[in-house]
Design a protein around this ligand. Structure first.
Ligand code: 9MR
Length: 575
C-alpha cells in the first residue's frame, strides 16, 4: 500500500517536472489534495452513478477528470449551478462523471481548487473495504489472544476470559457464576450486550442468507481459516457461541455482561474491573429468539446439530417472553454502562415471530405477527430498538414458503413505499444520502436506509434503488460534509482518533481498521464531557475526529453490520 502510494507520487512528480510550472499540479506531488472536492475515496464501479460534491468552488465552472498515471485529462464537463445546502451549511456544485466507465485511477481537477484525492473506477472496487468491515469483527473478539499472524500490528494478549462471571442481583440470581466466554466487544467499550449482539448478528445473517458464502474459507485470515467453512460463518459463530451462553435455564436472556462502569482508555488485558451478569428482560430475550432462529437456517448446512441447538434455544426464549412480555431493562443502581433500553417490544415480537415462522413453518408465529397492522415507518436514531421490525419483514419477503399471498403482497407494497420515500430523499438531499436527521450513530441510519432500499431492489430491480445504495456507500466513504471516509484505514482521510479503547491505548498510530465511526450527531451529548465541536457546526458537520467524542466518533457492532451488508450487496449487484 505504502509502496503503491510512493510509486504513485513519484510518477506524478516526474510528469510534473517535465511539464511547465503549474503550482496546483505540484501540490499533488506533495500529497496536497483539495478537501473541497468530496467523493468516494475508494472509488466507483464502472457502471455506477459517479458524482462528486464541490464545496465553495469560488465561481468554478468546469472540472476535469485526470488519469492518475498519465496526468492527462480524459474527460471534462461543466459543474452544476451552485446550490445552498442547509444541512451542511455549504454552497456546493456537482461534478457528474457517470459516463466515464474505463477502469483506472483518476483525480478530479478544478482550476481554482486543485486535485481531489485519487480514486479508482474498476469492478470489485469495494471488495477490500467489504472484507475489512467483517475482519473488524475479528479485531473485536475477546476471550482469546489476537495473534500477530492474523491481527498484524494490532495483535494483543488474551483478555476478558469471562469464564466465571458473578451474577448481579438484577439478574434474578443470588449465587453462582456464569461461564460466558467469547463474543465481540460491543464498541469502544469492553462490555457485551445481548440486544446489541443479536441485532447486528441478525443483519450479518441477512447477508449470508441472501448472498451465501461470498467470503471464502481463508479470505479473512482468521484462526478458523482453512477449516473448510466460509470465514464469514466462522466469524459470526464466534458471537453466536457467546450469545447462547447468556440464556438462563428458564429460557430468558440476561441483558448484558459488563463491568459496573466503563473502563479507562486502556488495553483489553489491562481492563480488569470485575464483570457481572446484569439484568434479564423481554427485549434481549426476543432479539435473541429472532437471531437464534435465523442461526438455525444459517448453520443448517454446515453444522446441523449446532443449528438445532440454536432453534431449541430460540423457542425456549420465545416461551419465556410469552410468560414475561413486559420486562423492561433499566440500568440498576451502580451500573452505568450502555443501557440498550426499550419500553416497547412490538418490533422485537415482530422480528422473533418472523424468524421463528420461517424457520419452523409453525402458523402460530404467522398468526401472531399478522394480528396488528404492519408498520413501515423508517425512523432514524437508536435503531437497535426498532429496525429489527424491518429485519423480520426482509426475512418474510425472502422466504415465501408457507406465506399467504396477501401477507406477501402487503409486505412488498409497504417496503417499496418506504424505499420510495427514502429514494426521494436521496434525490433531494445534500450528499444524496437518505437521511436529514443526524442522531447518535447516524452513519448506521444512512446504511440501514440503504439496506432497506437494497431489499426494494431485490423485489423490484429498478436502477434508481441501486444508485441510491451506491450513494450511501459514497457518503460513508467520503462524499459527505466532513470530507472524511468514516471507515478506519479505508480512504485517504479517515478517522485517526476513534473512541475505541484498544486504538487509543495500543501505541500504534493507525486505529484498528475496518471500523465505521458513528458519524455526525447533532445531539453532541459529549460536549458535557469537554468535547468541542466546530463552532456553529451544521447538523451534517457535528462530528469530530477526537478520541473523547463517544457521541460522534465511537464505533459499534450495529454500525459495522449494515456497512457490511451494503458493501457486500454492492459487490454482488454492481459487478
Ligand atoms: O448506539 C447507542 C445510541 O443509539 C444511544 O443513543 C447511546 C446512548 O444511550 O448509546 C449508544 O450505544 C452505546 C452503548 O450504550 C455502549 N457501547 C457503545 C455504544 C455506541 O456508542
Amino acid at each position: 500500500m505504502k509502496n503503491e502510494l510512493y510509486n504513485f507520487k513519484f510518477s506524478i512528480l516526474i510528469i510534473l517536472i517535465l511539464s511547465t510550472g503549474c503550482a496546483e499540479k505540484m501540490s499533488v506531488a506533495d500529497g496536497n489534495y483539495s478537501e473541497q472536492i468530496r467523493l468516494n475515496q475508494i472509488g466507483y464501479y464502472p457502471g455506477a452513478s459517479k458524482k462528486a460534491v464541490i464545496v465553495n468552488g469560488n465561481g468554478a465552472m468546469d472540472f476535469q477528470l485526470v488519469d492518475a498515471k498519465t496526468m492527462k485529462t480524459v474527460f471534462h464537463d461543466k459543474l452544476s449551478e451552485e446550490m445552498s445546502w442547509e444541512l451542511a451549511g455549504e454552497k456546493v456544485q456537482i461534478a457528474d462523471f457517470s459516463t466515464v466507465t474505463d477502469d483506472g485511477e483518476y483525480l478530479i481537477y478544478i482550476k481554482s481548487l486543485g486535485y481531489s484525492y485519487p480514486f479508482k473506477i474498476e469492478p470489485h472496487v469495494l471488495k477490500d473495504v467489504f472484507l475489512g468491515s467483517v475482519k473488524a469483527m475479528y479485531y473485536q473478539r475477546m476471550g482469546m489472544a489476537l495473534e500477530e499472524k492474523y491481527a498484524g500490528k494490532w495483535h494483543r494478549p488474551m483478555a476478558h476470559p469471562d469464564d466465571s462471571v458473578a451474577f448481579h442481583s438484577s439478574s434474578g440470581k443470588k449465587v453462582g457464576f456464569l461461564n460466558s466466554p467469547g463474543g465481540w466487544y460491543d464498541a469502544g467499550d469492553y462490555n457485551k450486550y445481548v440486544v446489541n449482539g443479536s441485532f447486528p448478528l441478525g443483519q450479518f445473517y441477512l447477508f449470508q442468507e441472501q448472498y451465501p458464502n461470498i467470503i471464502a474459507d481463508g479470505e479473512l485470515h482468521i484462526p478458523e481459516s482453512g477449516n473448510g467453512v466460509s470465514d464469514y460463518l466462522d466469524e459470526l459463530k464466534y458471537e453466536m457461541d457467546w450469545l447462547l451462553t447468556m440464556q438462563d435455564e428458564d429460557g430468558g436472556l440476561f441483558h448484558k455482561l459488563t463491568a459496573l462502569n466503563f473502563e479507562a482508555m486502556v488495553m483489553p488485558h489491562e481492563a480488569n474491573s470485575q464483570r457481572f451478569i446484569v439484568g434479564k428482560g423481554t427485549a434481549a430475550t426476543l432479539d435473541f429468539a429472532a437471531c437464534a432462529a435465523q442461526a438455525f437456517r444459517i448453520f443448517e448446512n454446515t453444522d446441523a446439530i449446532y443449528a438445532q441447538n440454536c432453534l431449541l434455544a430460540s423457542k425456549k426464549a420465545y416461551a419465556w417472553a410469552l410468560k414475561n412480555p413486559n420486562v423492561e431493562f433499566l440500568n440498576p443502581e451502580g451500573v452505568s454502562t450502555g443501557q440498550y433500553g426499550d419500553k416497547n417490544f412490538d418490533d422485537e415480537w415482530f422480528w422473533a415471530n418472523a424468524e421463528l415462522f420461517i424457520s419452523t413453518q409453525n402458523e402460530k408465529y404467522l398468526n401472531a405477527l399478522t394480528k396488528d397492522p404492519f408498520n413501515f415507518e423508517f425512523v432514524p436514531g437508536d435503531n437497535w430498538t426498532k429496525f429489527m421490525r424491518f429485519m423480520g419483514m426482509f426475512t418474510l419477503l425472502e422466504n415465501r414458503t408457507g406465506m399467504p399471498q396477501e401477507v406477501y403482497e402487503s409486505l412488498k407494497t409497504g417496503i417499496l413505499r418506504t424505499a420510495d420515500e427514502l429514494l426521494k430523499r436521496t434525490q433531494e438531499l445534500d450528499y444524496f444520502q437518505p437521511l436529514d436527521d443526524f442522531q447518535w450513530g447516524s452513519n448506521s441510519d444512512v446504511l440501514n436506509a440503504a439496506l432497506l432500499m437494497s431489499q426494494a431492489y431485490r423485489l423490484d430491480p429498478k436502477p434508481d434503488y441501486l444508485i441510491a445504495v451506491q450513494h450511501a456507500a459514497d457518503y460513508v466513504l467520503g462524499n459527505n460534509a466532513t470530507g472524511y471516509s468514516f471507515i478506519t484505514g479505508f480512504g485517504h482521510k479517515t478517522p485517526m482518533f476513534i473512541h475505541h479503547r484498544q486504538s487509543e491505548a495500543d501505541g500504534i498510530v493507525e486505529p484498528v481498521p475496518g471500523l465505521i465511526s458513528g458519524g455526525p450527531n447533532f445531539g453532541k451529548q459529549d460536549t458535557s464531557d469537554g468535547v468541542v465541536y466546530p463552532e456553529n457546526a451544521s447538523p451534517m458537520q457535528s462530528w469530530v475526529d477526537q478520541e473523547p467524542s463517544y457521541a460522534s466518533n465511537e464505533i459499534c457492532l450495529n454500525w459495522n453490520a449494515p456497512l457490511t451488508y451494503v458493501l457486500g450487496f454492492l459487490e454482488q449487484e454492481s459487478n
